[in-house]
Structure formats: C-alpha cells, structure tokens
Ligand binder design. Sequence first.
Ligand code: ATP
Ligand code: MG
Ligand code: FE
Length: 334
Amino acid sequence: VLTLALETSCDETSAAVVADGRVILSNIISSQVPLHQKYGGVVPEIASRKHIETVMPVVHEALTAAGATLGDINVVGVTYGPGLVGALLVGVAAAKALAFALDIPLVGVNHLEGHIFANFLAHPDLQPPFVALIVSGGHTSLVHVRDYNDFALLGQTRDDAAGEAFDKVARVMGLPYPGGPHIDRLAAQGDPSAIAFPRALTGDNFEFSFSGLKSAVLNYLNSAKQRGLAVNAADVAASFQAAVVEVLVEKTLRAAESCSTGVIVLAGGVAANSRLQAELGRRAAADGLRLFFPPPILCTDNAAMIACRAYYKHIAGRYADLHLNAVPALKLGQ
Ligand code: ATP
Ligand code: MG
Ligand code: FE
C-alpha cells in the first residue's frame, strides 16, 4: 500500500510517500522558517499564502523522489487539525482534489497522533501499548496509546506548551526563531544548577504549566538588566532547560507507572531536545523502561508521520469523505 500524505498545519509544507505505513520512500519538507523569522513567530496569513504556492510542487517532488507516479498511490492522508485554519485548509483542499481525481480513499489525520506515529517510522519493532509524551510548539500532553487507534489523554498543559516556552525564552534572549534548538545548543555550555527556576505542578497529576517558569526567566533577565548586571546566557539557558526537563521526566515516569507500561515514547519538536532525551533515557533505564524517540527530522513537522498515521486508519477503514474540513482545535482521538 502506497500512502501519499500532506502536512500544512503550521509553517512547514510537506508531502511524503510511505510504503505499508512504515517505510519512507520520500519525505519532502519545505520550511517557511526564513519567511517568518523576522517577525519572531509564524504569521498565519503569510503561512497560508506560502502553502498555496508550495503544496503541489512539494507533492510532485515527493512522487519523483519516491520513484512513483500519482497512479501508483492507493491512499491520500492529510492533516486536518489541530493547527492554523488557513494553513490546514490548503492541505485539506489539495488532498480532497487528489483523492477525488484519483478515485482513492481519503484519510483525515490528527497532527498530534501523527507526531506519535513518527516513532513507528523510526523504530520498526515498536508497537502499542505505551505512554507517549507529546512536547511540541503548541502542545504538551501525556497520552496512553493503548492500540493503533485507541488513545487516552492522561493530562496536558494548562497554559504554555513546552516548545512555546523554549521559543519565548529564546526570543527575549535574542536568539533566532524557533528558539528551542538554539537554547539546547547554548545550554550545553552552561550550568543547569546555576539558577533555581521554579518547577510547577509537581504534584500527583499529569498536568503541566510553563507560563510561570517563562515569567521567572523574563524577570531574572529584566532585573539583571535594570541593575546593570551581566548575565551568563549559557547558565540561563541551561537552568531554564533543566527546569522544563525535570518536570517532563517526573510526570512521564509517573504516567508509565500508572499505565503499567514498560515503554515510553517521545513525540513533537521538543522530543529532539538533548537534555530531555538524556535525562529521561537515564531514568527510564534505571527503572527498566524502554525509551523511544524519532530522529530530529521526524520530531518536527513532516508528512511522513502523517502518512504513517493515515495508513493505520486505512487499515481500520476509518476514511474521510469529501466534506472533510479543517478543525483548528481538533482533540486527540477525534
Ligand atoms: P504542534 O505540533 O503542537 O501543532 P508545531 O507543529 O509548531 O506545534 P513542532 O514542529 O512539533 O511544533 O515542534 C516545533 C517546536 O519544537 C518549536 O517550539 C521548537 O523550538 C521546538 N524544538 C525543536 N528542537 C528543539 C530542541 N532541540 N530543544 C527544544 N525545543 C526544540
Ligand atoms: Mg514548524
Ligand atoms: Fe507539530
């Protein structure tokens, strides 16, 4: 089965061809990052326009790279939420047109489920059940993945997402957008215990909060500036990152215990964070748990993960029709 998938939920225009759900034949990602960088974040109107220009060229590039033609494709998958409505609509419209013209099934994919499924592409032996920590630009959620089509949300952030906190802290530190990878690199030269930033909601629940931590970092930087004190940027980055990672690690381990699973999976852009991988890896190993995460290119937005998710919905006969619409606030499992 050859799946062609499209992903246009945010600022990446991506198309991929995946064989039998797990084998990537092509995964073309056209990033709009340089376009949005001068604004310090994604500008929705600019994103939509760029998706319109890019979506079909990217589809053709994905087919060529896969050595396939449109006639070889069996299923079309597309992200229909969550994300920016104008951006999602471009992918949804293109995917509907392709499915209609080729007379093949259409599958609507939840972007967050796609992030989880990136792990199935990277790890051929990985199977549910497991606990997944989704840490992306817009979401921070713990999910019990009971089966390929059976998810239970354990808890999520009450305010900022982990990636959002990385990006906002990076912005005030004068680092380029998106800031997560820059903080990660800078932190490697700093002392993670230099500054005691707060750890929020450390109680016995699966919720997160990162806005207080973000404010604490901003206050630290502002008060140093007012008093004319020099700050050690690497120490700030390392201490901030340590605060985020500590809470993520504790809650994820607790979630694995509460679900009685020996397998933990990281998903989303922040899954590429080196400290998160190292700390969770160390703690998981000590507890006899297995930890999986995708390579960096499959952590951030890409259409291959959407194709993988679409394949498993295809196997289950869960198709969309040509009324499929963009759902900006789509919930997991919908
Ligand atoms: P969502 O998936 O919630 O809709 P999104 O698609 O914008 O949001 P992703 O593409 O999954 O988010 O991830 C992008 C985020 O990952 C950005 O916030 C970015 O800063 C962050 N990120 C990427 N690499 C790293 C890293 N090494 N350390 C920390 N954060 C990182
Ligand atoms: Mg992006
Ligand atoms: Fe994403």
